[in-house]
Design a protein around this ligand. Structure first.
Ligand SMILES: [Zn+2]
Length: 467
């Protein structure tokens, strides 16, 4: 769906039955501030309890509050039918208790913290969902390009029991999250908490306008508009999502018990890196500071190795939902990621002779991606085992745009078997794959490589597969 990087299943936070009596007898694990009830036969994820404590601590440090005791309770159900029989169509909360199929539901956890922090059972839906979405950066990780329509139409978004595969509802969650992130970053937690507790689920737009005026001395329309133009359209409160440690060369990274990666690439100089991934991964600059990921690795093809050239800086890696599950927050156990190569500078050289070799993987597809740019030229050397045969296609690299503003654009993408003047060069396109053995050089001349990973469209580049 355009406009949203991640579109997940809905997580309405309506009342789940009574919620006071235990829904099942599972095995219980306790930590300082959590009581985790597990109905599944699965062994407890090794770092789950420390991760819950860290998650709570992140909220406490962002708000300056101390929320325990008593302990928060988390009931992990075996499956959705069981959860549904209990009264929740998907993961949900009741006061300070989480009921979930997900092993670790960051969004729902922030709902129970909000309950404890505010002292009220409900607030108006836009704030309830906005707060959990903002703190968790989930269930919708927006690029800021959402079009939710008039906020008056979804002041109680949570009550619609809607499906986030519905673009309208997903946009509303994203916008509500961005609005709360804006209020938090601009005016602080205390005022946000005051606003939160001055409203109840079911209150109308007029009540929200009145409360906003009373707390912030500004009108809702103005603040809403301001939230849409907040610097870089910062779309969530990133402390949890962006907490990370740098990946290390040749170290296999697995997802943490919350399903996130919590890993980053830290570069002290411009570099080119190769990442092997068994599922799609999003790469963000400076912790989601920009409206969307700058690269999506492994999109539509995994496992695969993806090469990208990056400036010096910090780049966060996060999961994408992909399509592996009805509920993407019940993550596959087998996900893994590995930084397999790192070389200084860009792999895109200004001359054939200067191009550094990118090693081709004889087992899985190698993807060579480029940032969005309207005129891309240069050389990329690829190097595979002599006996291996590969096929190469281009993706989103446009070489012929007759109606380009300011005059027709004509470019070229081709594969040459060497750098010599009598090299054999053949054109490559997205339609026709070219087979070659060993290695060679990819040549780009004035190519239009504009793509929109933040909108869910693939990055421009070459896909090279073993045959
Ligand atoms: Zn929610």
């Amino acid at each position: 769906m355009p406009g949203l990087v991640v579109a997940l299943v809905l997580f309405p936070c309506l009342s789940c039955d009574d919620g006071r009596k235990p829904p099942f007898n599972g095995y219980v694990t306790r930590s300082a501030n959590f009581e985790y009830h597990n109905e599944t036969p699965e062994a407890l994820c090794p770092t789950l309890m420390p991760l819950l404590e860290r998650h709570l601590a992140s909220f406490e440090s962002l708000t300056g509050l101390n929320l325990t005791p008593p302990s928060f309770r988390y009931y992990r159900f075996s499956n959705f039918p069981e959860l549904g029989r209990f009264g929740c169509p998907s993961d949900c909360t009741r006061d300070d208790v989480v009921y979930a199929v997900a092993r670790f539901d960051s969004h729902e956890l922030f709902h129970v913290y909000a309950f404890r922090a505010s002292g009220v059972t409900t607030s108006i839906g836009l704030l309830e969902e906005g707060l959990a979405t903002a703190f968790a950066c989930s269930p919708v990780r927006s690029n800021g390009d959402y079009h939710p329509g008039d906020w008056r139409n979804f002041v109680n978004v949570a009550e619609k029991l809607a499906d986030l595969s519905d673009p309208d509802i997903a946009d509303q969650y994203a916008a509500a999250g961005a609005f709360v992130a804006f209020l938090y970053y601009t005016f602080g937690w205390d005022k946000l908490a005051l606003l939160y507790r001055s409203l109840r689920r079911g209150d109308d737009a007029t009540a929200l306008e009145g409360a906003v005026l009373s707390v912030y001395g500004a009108d809702m329309d103005t603040l809403w508009q301001d939230s849409r133009t907040f610097p870089n359209k910062r779309i969530c409160i990133t402390d949890w999502t962006c907490w990370s440690s740098p990946v290390v060369l040749n170290e296999e990274t697995r997802q943490e018990c919350d399903g996130e990666l919590h890993r980053s690439i830290e570069l002290s100089e411009p570099s080119s890196v190769a990442l092997f991934a068994t599922h799609p991964v999003m790469l963000w600059q400076d912790c989601l500071a920009e409206p969307g990921p700058i690269f999506v690795l492994g999109q539509n093809s995994f496992p695969s190795v993806t090469w990208v050239s990056l400036a010096a800086g910090s780049f966060n890696l996060t999961r994408t939902s992909g399509s592996e599950s009805i509920n993407p927050r019940v993550y596959p156990a087998s996900f893994s990621l590995e930084l397999t190569s790192q070389i200084p500078g860009s792999f895109l050289a200004s001359s054939c002779e200067a191009a550094q070799a990118i090693p081709l993987d004889p087992q899985v597809e190698t993807r060579i991606l480029f940032p969005s740019t309207a005129s891309l030229s240069g050389w990329v050397r690829v190097d595979g085992p002599a006996a291996a045969v590969f096929s190469v296609v281009s993706d989103q690299l446009q070489t012929d745009i007759p109606n380009y503003p300011g005059g027709a654009l004509h470019g070229d993408t081709s594969f040459c078997d060497s750098c010599s003047t009598d090299a054999n060069c053949q054109a490559i396109s997205s339609q026709v794959s070219l087979a070659f053995s060993g290695g060679g050089v990819l040549r780009l001349t004035n190519v239009y490589a504009v793509s929109f990973p933040e909108m869910g469209f693939p990055n421009a580049g070459f896909h090279i597969s073993p045959m």
